[in-house]
Design a protein around this ligand. Sequence first.
Ligand SMILES: *[C@@H]1O[C@H](CO)[C@@H](O)[C@H](O)[C@H]1NC(C)=O
Ligand SMILES: *[C@@H]1O[C@H](CO)[C@@H](O)[C@H](O)[C@H]1NC(C)=O
Ligand SMILES: *[C@@H]1O[C@H](CO)[C@@H](O)[C@H](O)[C@H]1NC(C)=O
Length: 348
Amino acid sequence: MPLLSHETSASKQGILLLLTGLVAGFLFSFLFSFDPIEASYKITPHHEAVIHEHEDLELASGPEKALKFHEHHDEIDSTIAEELAEKVKVLCWVMTGPKNHEKKAKHVKATWGKRCNEILFMSSENDTNLPAVGLPVKDGRDNLWAKTKEAFKYLHNNNYTDKYDWFLKADDDTYVIVENLRLLLEPYSPNTPIYFGLKFKPYVKQGYMSGGAGYVLSKESVRRFVLEAIPNKKLCKQSNSGAEDVEIGKCLAAVNVTAGDSRDTDGSFRFLSFNPEHHLTHKKSEKFWYWQYVYDEQPMGINCCSDRAISFHYISPNQMYVMEYLIYHLRPYGIDQISRSQNTIPKS
Ligand SMILES: *[C@@H]1O[C@H](CO)[C@@H](O)[C@H](O)[C@H]1NC(C)=O
Ligand SMILES: *[C@@H]1O[C@H](CO)[C@@H](O)[C@H](O)[C@H]1NC(C)=O
Ligand SMILES: *[C@@H]1O[C@H](CO)[C@@H](O)[C@H](O)[C@H]1NC(C)=O
């Protein structure tokens, strides 16, 4: 019967297609294991996505062109976030260098950076596209402390402190949920000498804020840092080198800027020094340096991180887009969020 033979030949074709598919799939997975992007990460045997060093992300780059997401006009009501953005004005500055303008900084600008009231990239070369500021410093890790000082001097001397209330420093592999940053800052006056971040306990009595997770200074803290701390060699390290986060922590403590508590009402962490996979799934090992550093008690696993988390670190350029998609686009149908205004000062 013609129909049957047709069916038989169709199923033969199906088997052939399946086989072709299998062979192609095999070849693809083989090729994929030599993917140069994969190869640019230092693969650890058990946790390939756990990244603990800047070097691990040095070669990581993102798509050639920054990705542009669609907007949700009708389905999302962002009135509360928009109102808060008018009220809590945040300038974000991102520590970067000429080698990373294209590879990393561009993707920060295309993702979370656009939600800051203003974003500036602090570099050693000017770049009007980003825009990046060419500060009078040499490039490289040995000059990060000099760059931090010059960045805050630049902001102060160019009167950015007249326009903005809070000044966030982040790295080009930090991902920030800017709306949640504003929620943290809302109860505080920018004239209070205070700064927030992920608090570490060595070196400075009141603690200091880890650099990678980002830290945010009130306007008054920037003023004290630039006018009182930096010029005084008794209060602030004058040379270029040093751990920028420890050094600024010392300078700020010396001019009575309080190291604030950034945890939420439940005491959960909002500034996170690793990527979400690390915090959620990594087994706690007391030998890992982090546990000697972190100021407050932090659980591992699902309670690691606040539902209003502000930042994650060691986020590759590709991963920035994944974060963007998961946080701002993917939504389970039938579940809408309620934005309760909440007091953000933790009960201790
Ligand atoms: C960047 O541009 C400014 C203003 O035009 C200039 O003063 C500065 O020297 C430039 N920086 C570098 C590193 O070229
Ligand atoms: C900053 O403001 C002061 C005081 O209003 C003014 O004298 C100075 O020229 C301004 N600086 C810049 C770079 O705009
Ligand atoms: C910081 O506070 C101490 C103790 O209250 C005070 O003696 C000191 O003058 C203050 N320093 C600055 C720079 O405000």
